[in-house]
Design a protein around this ligand. Structure first.
Ligand SMILES: [Zn+2]
Ligand SMILES: [Zn+2]
Length: 825
């Protein structure tokens, strides 16, 4: 065995992969020419969090397949822009830094350095000249600029608000970060706390965020999640006077004003500002205790349908404006002060939650909607939430369901006690974080002028290097007097800086605008490039971002659009979510100890094989289950392709045989057709199967026909096609094989192969079918159908079936292209 033979036995990924990465980099193959825009294609993956854990399999699953799609598009002639960057601010980086005793800036820089090397191993065609890092002052200067932009347009404001507070992490948490009442990161019990916080007024965009769904091609489930999150509902806002308090009114929102006559009590959120004023002295103690206890529960817990409802009576009464009835006012923690008005009218006969509450506390239940138009004979077993005729409703008694709500609203408006109202579940976005590792909020507090925005020319407000971490209840920035103490930009008086930083979701709400010109210094983004490169054509990332990042980014884009700063109002036209990779059916996690570490496999099999296997495991949007055997299998396939091409190059055919090329030619066209179609739709697994079939067919032809007869032209085309189809999946090997069969690098500048529909048509032959030697029928089959297919067709023939029914088939004889004989007894 000579050197070449030995070298060709297995794919030497450890030589080939670094070789081509260096070549790509030296030849700047993936630096996108931003001036070519006719066929531009902006392909984006959600940028990554540079934690100490490095790249996990989920990153690979997001980035590898998306790169395959991007490479395929490049070969189809698109000028593809595929950037990458780091969402580098945030709590984990800060906590890690505290634990290891290194400054977050140092640990983040080191994490990025190592992650960049890992990212390069994926072999993706990232344009490294466009890399961004959100913790770089060059970047966060513009995050601060966005804050000011929102502020100047009335979309950023400060208010006192109850927040989820983790006493251990010493910060506010989003609702999504509270799991079963505990901090998602450290497990500490979360408490409710009133703090003055900064908010972005995303609620002003509720309607536009809903409308925009019509023009984007996103997974329906994600759109549905956003729709529910925004939670639009139409109804009426009604004012209930408070008995004995002529100055007070309780505002409620209801989607069912037609049930107003069925109100038997009211419920306020424990945090409702009127609770203190309303509560009578004899109920004070009980109410105070309840309020205290409610503080400790998260909103998710409080609104859980499984949790038993609790509440206490305030001693006060409201007056139902439609009939003058006195109804008791309760407080209960299932009502949230942050949703609607923080007060509800309870109609236990027609709302199950109110029904349960009324039963528990012996409150009256009065039917006002009835499917029959008459009250039920027996007491209700549960709330009736369906449509029906209004009963017990004064002048509205007898009103049929159609149009009842509109009629009641018109009547409320005429009487001046209520009005039509659209309500949203969406709340303003709380962006203050009492942490260090984030973009400082560019606001100064002056004793004379109050809240003063930092002038744009003074940006960035840089993070000071020296701060103390872990001072209880204080933002780290507050511990650096040089940072805190400043002068008022308006009047020059001594003033203090805001010491909170911004939620990292602010950084990621606009990063896609920055990529085309990441060092642009005249604005957050280069408007000339944004005009031609945006919106993003294809965005790929996790479904868990549905109601945060994906909503926030849309909000930012819509604000920019309304201000005339960009020409589009949706940032991501098409969105794909990758699925999740499990291990033996279970989600991978450190605590389960079942994490598959990509690095281990890349060391053994190389990056291309790993990429291929990830894509082969299952449907991309559903994910798949990891299997070491599957990985070995993919390695065998890769080696097989490597040997097949190697043998072809070492021993090229010169013949012109045509009798046996049909099947190979057809398989070649079929593979191109199917791989193209499947790649368009992110169906990587089936595309790889078609490539495997082509490999089988080439192999079969090479084995069946003596090399001196093999058709040189057909094989050349088959091998070229194979390498071109395989290249986006296994880019390093693709490049190597392409040069071995005589192509010029880079293979990714070669056009994607095309197919001929005519070549897919199959020649047919008629064959006689005998049963025990007598001709009973004729069948038509593909000229190159194998014995099994022919027999299958013969046995399925109706006439033949009549003669073999109930009999045992002894054997079948096939004379190719002529006849089939079925022997039965
Ligand atoms: Zn915590
Ligand atoms: Zn001032």
């Amino acid at each position: 065995m000579n050197q070449t033979d030995r070298g060709s036995a297995t794919y030497p990924f450890d030589e080939i992969e670094p070789k081509w990465r260096q070549w790509w980099e030296a030849n700047r193959v993936y630096e996108t020419d931003m001036s070519k825009v006719d066929n531009k294609l902006y392909v984006l993956v959600m940028f990554l969090y540079p934690s100490a854990d490095r790249l996990h399999i989920g990153h690979w699953y997001n980035y590898g397949p998306t790169d395959t799609w991007a490479r395929f598009k490049r070969m189809q002639g698109y000028n593809v822009f595929e950037p990458i960057g780091y969402d580098a601010f945030g709590l984990p980086a800060e906590n890690y830094a505290i634990k290891k005793g290194v400054h977050p800036a140092v640990s983040t820089a080191e994490n990025i350095r190592q992650i960049r090397e890992q990212l390069k191993a994926i072999g993706a065609m990232y344009d490294w000249s466009k890399e961004i890092n959100t913790s770089d002052p060059e970047y966060y200067k513009w995050t601060q600029w966005f804050f000011l932009l929102l502020y100047k347009n009335g979309l950023a404001y400060r208010k006192k608000a109850p927040v989820n507070w983790c006493p251990s992490c010493q910060t506010v948490l989003a609702n999504e970060q509270v799991i079963d009442g505990r901090c998602e990161r450290c497990g500490t019990e979360v408490i409710r706390k009133d703090l003055v916080q900064w908010f972005f007024k995303i609620t002003a965009y509720a309607e536009k965020l809903l409308e925009g769904h019509k023009k984007i091609d996103w997974p329906e489930k994600t759109i549905e999640m956003q729709r529910n999150w925004i939670g639009r509902s139409e109804g009426a806002e009604i004012e209930f006077p408070v008995d004995g308090h002529p100055d007070l009114k309780l505002e409620v929102f209801t989607t069912r004003p037609d049930t107003l006559w069925g109100v038997t009590y009211m419920v306020l959120a424990p945090e409702h500002p009127l609770v203190e004023k309303l509560t009578t002295p004899e109920h004070k103690k009980e109410v105070e205790q309840y309020v205290e206890q409610a503080r400790k529960a998260s909103e998710i817990e409080r609104t859980s349908t499984e949790r038993e409802k609790t509440g206490v009576f305030t001693g006060a009464y409201a007056i139902n404006p439609v009939n003058g009835e006195k109804v008791p006012i309760w407080i209960a923690d299932y009502v949230l002060v942050t949703y609607g008005t923080g007060a509800i009218m309870a109609v236990p006969a027609h709302d199950q939650r109110d029904f349960e509450f009324a039963r528990k506390y012996n409150l009256p239940i009065r039917e006002v909607i009835s499917p029959t138009g008459k009250p039920s004979e027996k007491p209700l077993e549960q709330a009736y939430e369906g449509p029906g005729i209004m009963i017990n409703s004064g002048e509205f008694t007898g009103t049929p369901p159609d149009g009842a709500i509109e009629k009641v609203i018109a009547w409320l408006e005429k009487k001046g006690i209520g009005r039509k109202k659209v309500n949203y579940r969406l709340r303003d976005w709380l962006i203050s974080r009492q942490r260090y590792w984030g973009a400082p909020i560019p606001i100064i507090y002056c004793p004379n002028c109050g809240e003063v925005p930092v002038p744009e020319e003074d940006l960035p407000v840089k993070l000071p290097e020296k701060v103390e971490f872990g001072v209880r209840g204080v933002s780290p920035l507050a511990t650096n007097p040089d940072f805190v103490n400043t002068t008022c930009p308006r009047c020059g008086a001594p003033a203090k800086r805001e010491v909170d930083t911004m939620d990292t979701f602010v950084c990621s709400s606009w990063y896609y605008l920055r990529y085309p010109d990441p060092h642009y210094d005249k604005g957050a983004y280069n408007p000339d490039l944004v005009r031609v490169w945006l919106p993003v054509d294809m965005y790929v990332g996790g479904a868990e971002h549905a109601t945060m990042h994906l909503l926030y980014a849309r909000f930012f884009t819509k604000v920019l659009y309304d201000l005339g700063l960009v020409h589009f109002d949706e940032p991501f036209m098409k969105l794909v979510h990758q699925g999740v990779i499990t291990n033996k059916g279970a989600k991978m996690s450190k605590s389960r100890g079942n994490v598959v570490n990509p690095d281990d496999y890349i060391r053994t099999y190389g990056s291309d094989t790993f990429r291929l296997f990830l894509m082969f495991m299952g449907d991309y949007t559903e994910g798949g289950d990891w299997s070491d055997e599957g990985m070995h299998g993919m390695a065998r396939f890769v080696n097989r392709v490597w040997r097949l091409v190697g043998e072809y190059v070492d021993n090229p055919p010169h013949g012109s045989e045509t009798a046996r090329t049909n099947k190979l030619v057809r398989q070649r066209h079929y593979a191109v057709k199917m791989v193209t179609r499947d790649l368009e739709r992110f169906h990587f697994n089936t595309a790889i199967s078609r490539i495997m079939e082509l490999v089988n067919e080439i192999s079969a032809y090479r084995q069946a026909v003596p090399v001196e007869e093999q058709n040189a032209d057909v094989l050349r085309d088959a091998f070229e096609t194979l390498v071109l189809l395989l290249a986006p999946f296994a880019p390093h090997m693709g490049e190597e094989l392409w040069t071995r069969i005589g192509g010029e690098p880079t293979v990714f500048d070669h056009a994607w192969p095309t197919y001929d529909e005519a070549a897919l048509a199959t020649a047919k032959v008629k064959m006689a079918v005998q049963v025990n030697g007598k001709v009973r029928s004729t069948i038509e089959v593909d000229a190159d159908a194998d014995k099994d297919r022919v027999v299958e067709a013969a046995l399925a023939d109706e006439k033949v079936r009549r003669y073999i029914e109930g009999k045992q088939i002894v054997r079948t004889i096939v004379v190719p292209k002529r006849l089939v004989n079925v022997v039965v007894k």
